[in-house]
Design a protein around this ligand. Structure first.
Ligand code: 4AD
Ligand code: MG
Length: 464
């Protein structure tokens, strides 16, 4: 194969780095093919960018292979890059050699017509070959890189926190169990499963968050972040929840809630700007086919200050409105997605950071405020999605943390190491979690988390 000799289509039509009249080799998949007596046109996409390269064959009779090339086939084309006389593209390839690498027959499901996203989820192994899913996944890759760049440029260190863990960071109890017991004959003591005999000699789960472990490293390296998969066994079949999703969790020593909110807003703006600047072609595609307002929306966020509201102020706004909600509103109740969206979409029309939530509805590790009723928590809410970031200042005072854990009915025994971080050189510190998949929904305008995740895992679905 000519892997090292081939030219990627993006080099030609995006970077414009390939000289005309040069002989080049293209390796890719056929999007469309039209053959007549005098001429044949093949649109080839090689995945490097949204655009296809049009391949032109002036003497089809000399290319008997044409009759075997159908939509979906993998091909190798050799020819000269020339300016295209036709409208719609700048360049085309005047072909001298054409080879069928891997055939596709009439049953190839992605014939030239629009398919619903629901249908494409059923064929998630083929959907990256569509314009939309190619664009989404290229953008996903570039934004992942941007995340590392943001933190690297600011002196943060990347920590790989464990995926298998014994602690339920969020305390919500929605964890997937990890075991190598034969479930039909798990050993028991006193009528209960004996996890001491399990693989890790303890009850273990897939992590819901790398935060607690990131805190260990923040208390040594200062500024750190994790970026990895997290798992939640909550049975929420919504367009914004996945059972496996990626999360970015920075953790900063010597940083309070105010600094946490500042970094969260700056980080989001950086990612949105990166998308507009570095994914321009794919962003233009989303603007045309997915959400006409998407580029303006991102631009608007980049240029606006994020509003800040205390939870108490937010509840007052929600109590005063005439808007009908499905879930009740009141001080002490958690904000539901409909409330979050109302605040950011209808009231403020831009991202908003809600902070100082009631202690009762938040996790044990959040710093208790002087009022004793609220904690230094913050959520960043954005239009159409609601919560995109959840974060807090962490409780650095050993006695307060112990009392808070007791109040929540937690057994401090399993988290002695976490308490040690407060015993030895404790610092005020803060961090947050940004849902990577939700960020991509926001950037691309795609309305369902199942369509921004390469191979989504949601309740009832773990195919591919
Ligand atoms: O608010 P969450 O649960 O916060 C934490 O896990 C903290 N430990 C983060 C920290 O302070 N280091 O989750 C953080 C973000 C949410 O704001 C949301 O964007 C995303 O993770 N998220 C989900 N994304 C997709 N599917 C789900 N089921 C999600 N649950 C949370
Ligand atoms: Mg949250």
């Amino acid at each position: 194969m000519d892997y090292f000799k081939r030219t990627r289509v993006a080099r030609i039509i995006v970077d414009e780095q390939v000289a005309l009249n040069q002989e080049i080799i293209i390796l890719g998949w056929v999007r469309t093919i039209r053959v007549s007596k005098e001429v044949a046109f093949i649109e080839i996409n090689d995945g490097s960018c949204i655009g296809n390269l049009q391949v032109v064959i002036g003497n089809p009779d000399n290319f008997p292979v044409l009759k075997d090339i159908l939509t979906g086939a993998a091909v190798r084309a050799v020819g000269k890059l020339v300016e295209s006389p036709a409208k719609g593209q700048k360049y085309e390839l005047a072909v001298t050699e054409l080879e069928l690498v891997g055939a596709a027959d009439q049953s190839y499901p992605l014939q030239k017509k629009r398919h619903t996203f629901e249908y494409l989820r059923e064929i998630a192994h083929l959907r990256p070959r569509t314009n939309t899913f190619g664009a989404v996944n290229r953008t996903r890759s570039k934004i992942a890189f941007a995340i590392h760049k943001y933190f690297h440029d600011r002196g943060f260190y990347y920590i790989h926190t464990p995926i298998v863990t014994a602690s339920d960071c969020e305390g919500a109890g929605d964890m997937f169990r990890v075991t190598n017991f034969d479930l039909n004959k798990a050993p028991e003591v006193n009528g209960k499963i004996d996890y001491h005999q399990d693989f890790f000699s303890a009850e273990t789960f897939l992590t819901v968050s790398g935060q607690l472990e990131a805190e260990i490293y923040a208390q040594a390296l200062g500024d750190v972040y994790t970026f990895g998969p997290t798992f939640r066994a909550e049975n929420s079949n919504t367009s914004r929840h996945a059972s496996e999703f990626w999360m970015i969790e920075p953790e900063m020593a010597f940083c309070n809630l105010d600094g946490d909110m500042e970094i969260a807003a700056d980080f989001l703006k950086f990612l949105f700007k990166y998308a507009l600047d570095e994914c321009a072609d794919d962003m233009a595609f989303f603007g045309k086919w997915v959400d006409k307002t998407i580029c303006d929306t991102l631009e608007h966020v980049i240029n606006s200050d994020f509003e800040r509201l205390t939870y108490t102020e937010a509840v007052k706004i929600l109590e005063k409105t005439n808007q009908k909600f499905e879930f009740p509103v009141g001080w002490g109740l958690d904000l539901q997605s409909e409330h979050e969206r109302y605040l950011t979409e209808k009231v403020l029309k831009r991202p908003v950071i809600v902070y100082d939530y009631p202690k009762k509805i938040k996790a044990f590790y959040m710093r208790v405020n002087d009022d004793g009723k609220t904690v230094a928590a913050m959520d960043v809410l954005v239009p159409k999605i609601g919560e995109i970031i959840g974060g807090s200042q962490r409780e650095e005072r050993l006695d307060v943390l112990k009392a808070h854990m007791k109040e929540k009915g937690m057994d401090p025994g399993t988290l002695e190491w976490y308490l040690d971080l407060r015993r030895y050189g404790s610092t005020p510190h803060s961090g947050f979690g940004l849902g990577f998949d939700r960020t991509l929904m926001y950037i691309t305008g795609m309305a369902n988390i199942r369509d921004v995740t390469p191979l989504p895992r949601v309740p009832g679905w773990a195919k591919f």
